[in-house]
Design a protein around this ligand. Structure first.
Ligand SMILES: NC(=O)c1ccc[n+]([C@@H]2O[C@H](COP(=O)([O-])OP(=O)(O)OC[C@H]3O[C@@H](n4cnc5c(N)ncnc54)[C@H](O)[C@@H]3O)[C@@H](O)[C@H]2O)c1
Length: 244
């Protein structure tokens, strides 16, 4: 399968490039705004994997939809308008979108959903993430996914339950709150912990990514999986069969 990598000059782009061959994929277009990279993908591209920048995603997705290409979105930080365009174009092509493509994090999502449902409202839920100092958005897409999984497990409406950090006179913690905290520093690839804090005990579920390879392998297998699928938005739950 001939593929285009969007954001090919970035940290993830380079990792995807180096692993594609081993996954049976041939990189024929390396798109980036940096010097020395392609600006347009080749006509014979059969699939697109996007780890670029959120503002670039809508135009890329529209172009892929016009050419009927399966599309994997790794790029995070899309705003509501950008996401709406992705949702619209997903009526024409299969799009896999995940804030985290690693197997371990997708397992953590399942465990979080189940723990949240089993522990119930006597346990306060907090999500803490840490990433390297170069990361441009906060909180991470993965932290949001974990907080949403926790909300789902407890039948909470995510938008009313979620808060982002605390500052000043924040008052007593409401029972049905899910707080998300973002730490930044050094070269941390990606750490996520979901804390369930009760009166007498605390459960902490943690995942630590050691290299970016985990994300790249997942994204490339998602692209292979998406080829030939019906139009729609899919997640790694679909790719890994957790949603079946
Ligand atoms: N879903 C996941 O599993 C996962 C894992 C890691 C990173 N990410 C996300 O992937 C994205 C990229 O991460 P990174 O660490 O590689 O960042 P990076 O900054 O190292 O790379 C991004 C690249 O995109 C390029 N770019 C910017 N605007 C562009 C445009 N308009 N067209 C083409 N290229 C453009 C930049 O020049 C850069 O080379 C971020 O949104 C990050 O949060 C997702």
């Amino acid at each position: 399968m001939k593929i285009a990598i969007l954001g090919a000059g970035g940290r993830m782009g380079k990792m995807l490039d180096s692993l594609s061959g081993a996954c049976g994929l041939e990189v024929v277009s390396r798109i980036d705004i940096l010097e020395g990279y392609d600006r347009e993908w080749r006509e014979d591209v059969e699939g697109v994997v996007d780890f670029s920048f959120h503002k670039a995603v809508p135009e890329f997705v529209k172009k892929a939809a016009a050419q009927n290409l399966p599309y994997v979105i790794g790029t995070t930080g899309l705003d509501v308008a950008e996401q709406a365009i992705v949702n619209e174009e997903a009526k024409k092509i299969p799009i896999v979108q995940s804030g985290n493509y690693s197997l371990g994090v997708n397992l953590l999502l399942e465990l979080t959903r189940r723990a949240s449902s089993a522990l119930g409202s006597l346990y306060d839920i907090e999500v803490v993430e840490m990433h390297h100092r170069h990361k441009k958005d906060a909180p991470s897409g993965t932290a949001l996914m974990l907080a949403k999984a926790a909300a789902e497990g407890r039948n909470l409406d995510f938008d009313s339950a979620a808060i982002y950090g605390r500052h000043g006179e924040s008052g007593e913690r409401p029972i049905d709150q899910i707080a998300i905290h973002a730490l930044r520093g050094g070269s941390v690839v990606g750490d996520h912990t979901v804390i369930f804090a009760g009166e007498v005990e605390r459960v902490e579920l943690t995942h630590r990514a050691q290299t970016r390879e985990a994300f790249a392998m997942g994204a490339l297998s998602a692209l292979k999986w998406a080829k030939g699928k019906a139009p729609g938005i899919y997640t790694m739950r679909n790719v890994l069969g957790f949603a079946d």
